[in-house]
Design a protein around this ligand. Structure first.
Ligand SMILES: *[C@@H]1O[C@H](CO)[C@@H](O)[C@H](O)[C@H]1NC(C)=O
Ligand SMILES: *[C@@H]1O[C@H](CO)[C@@H](O)[C@H](O)[C@H]1NC(C)=O
Ligand SMILES: *[C@@H]1O[C@H](CO)[C@@H](O)[C@H](O)[C@H]1NC(C)=O
Ligand SMILES: *[C@@H]1O[C@H](CO)[C@@H](O)[C@H](O)[C@H]1NC(C)=O
Length: 359
């Protein structure tokens, strides 16, 4: 039996518009609306008790249950704990179309009890925290462990600050991305540690102005742009700055992946002040992602791998890079296909053709 136990302190949970939508499933859903438990939603009354009562029912119901926080109201909720264990096998709390939502975990944690889900690849595994169409979001001081799938997903949001987050799932847990970002703008992720079984941060189509600063990633698959252009689609990512981050025991460091047959672009992407410790593919651009031309690196001596398809990747700048093997004395190399740009002070050195095009 799957269990989802949530233990979360929410302080100053204030929003002009809060709502929850339930997932459509075949099962009949039991819904619990905080209004029915005495919440006023007037922005003045303390609605904490009503939230806790509604949660108790949500948690105590067998099967799938959904906690409803209706829109067009302001709820004041302080220091509540949404505790398990629950009888429900699936609980939905959806945050959608919310402005100025702030979740301060105050050091609390959410455990997704993912291990029972990881074995089941065909199960619709849930993401722990999903934000959709939110403006001015802040999430801080919370630990999220063992998610069945991604830990945090940000979709179609603008202006979000995610800070002092600790994500922790085993390095071999499947598809457990740390933070997934889609179609979002001005997202700042700072001062956090991410240990997981997939990308620490994955930045996908329609995203721009994404900064990740002081992130310790590993184990995990690094910080990735894409994949973009799957199934022939047009997808773009622009203005991504990853700064002062460390990768330790990860499969990748800085990665951009695009699928053959797609179109679009990844531009103005920078990785700066990056520290690598035992990283298998520190710098990798793979324009053949998911195809047989994708380079699955079996020998970890290619520290830099820029596998671009014709006409190529342009305006690349490699500067002040020093990557050595974790095995003392073992040489490392750079492999480039169709890479154009500038290389200075880079070890291992890469042979680029200097060639700029105006895009
Ligand atoms: C969020 O709150 C700030 C300050 O209270 C306000 O200026 C801003 O307009 C709000 N944002 C939205 C999208 O409502
Ligand atoms: C995002 O990163 C870029 C490059 O480091 C920096 O110029 C910009 O000020 C950052 N934005 C914020 C809001 O921190
Ligand atoms: C980088 O981050 C570390 C903490 O993760 C901090 O101690 C250090 O001062 C930062 N370096 C720069 C140049 O900001
Ligand atoms: C590194 O490679 C570039 C491009 O091929 C070349 O211009 C440069 O001289 C090389 N640097 C060193 C130190 O070998």
């Amino acid at each position: 039996m799957q269990r989802l136990i949530i233990f979360l302190f929410i302080l100053g949970f204030i929003s002009p518009c809060l709502c929850a939508r339930c997932v459509k499933t075949e099962e009949k859903e039991n819904t619990y609306n905080v209004i029915d438990y005495g919440a006023h939603g007037d922005g003045k009354s303390d609605d904490s008790k009503a939230f806790v009562s509604a949660w108790k029912e949500t948690c105590g119901t067998k099967g799938t249950s959904t906690l409803i926080i209706p829109e067009n109201r302001v709820f004041l909720v302080k220091g509540i704990a949404l505790n398990g264990p629950c009888s429900a096998t699936k609980i939905n709390i959806r945050v959608q179309h919310v402005n100025n939502l702030s979740i301060d975990g105050s050091g609390g944690s959410i455990d997704g009890y993912g291990s029972s889900w990881w074995k089941c690849e065909s199960c619709g595994r849930p993401t722990i925290l999903r934000f959709k169409s939110c403006k001015d979001l802040s999430v801080s001081h919370v630990s999220i462990t063992n998610s069945p799938k991604a830990h945090i997903r940000i979709n179609n949001c603008e202006n979000a600050r995610i800070s002092h987050i600790n994500i922790d799932s085993p390095g071999d847990s499947p598809n457990t991305d740390g933070i997934d970002i889609y179609s979002s703008k001005n997202i700042f992720i700072e001062d956090s540690t991410i240990q997981c079984g997939d990308d620490c941060i994955a930045i996908s189509d329609g995203s721009s102005y994404i900064n990740a600063t002081r992130i310790a990633c590993g184990p995990g698959h690094g910080i990735s742009i894409g994949s973009l252009g799957r199934d022939g689609s047009y997808e773009t990512v622009t203005e991504v700055n990853v700064k002062n981050c460390s990768f330790s025991h990860t499969t990748n460091g800085a990665r951009i992946k695009t699928a053959p047959g797609g179109s679009g672009y990844a531009k103005h992407i920078s990785f700066e002040d990056i520290k690598l410790t035992q990283v298998e593919n520190p710098i990798i651009i793979d324009q053949y992602y998911g195809s047989k031309h994708s380079k699955v690196l079996l020998t970890f001596d290619e520290a830099i791998n820029l596998n671009c398809c014709p006409p190529g990747c342009f305006n690349l700048v490699l500067d002040n890079i020093d990557i050595v093997s974790s095995k003392p004395g073992k040489p490392v190399s750079c492999s480039c296909n169709n890479a154009h740009g500038k290389v200075t002070s880079t070890h291992p050195n890469c042979s680029f053709s200097y060639n700029q095009i105006i895009m």
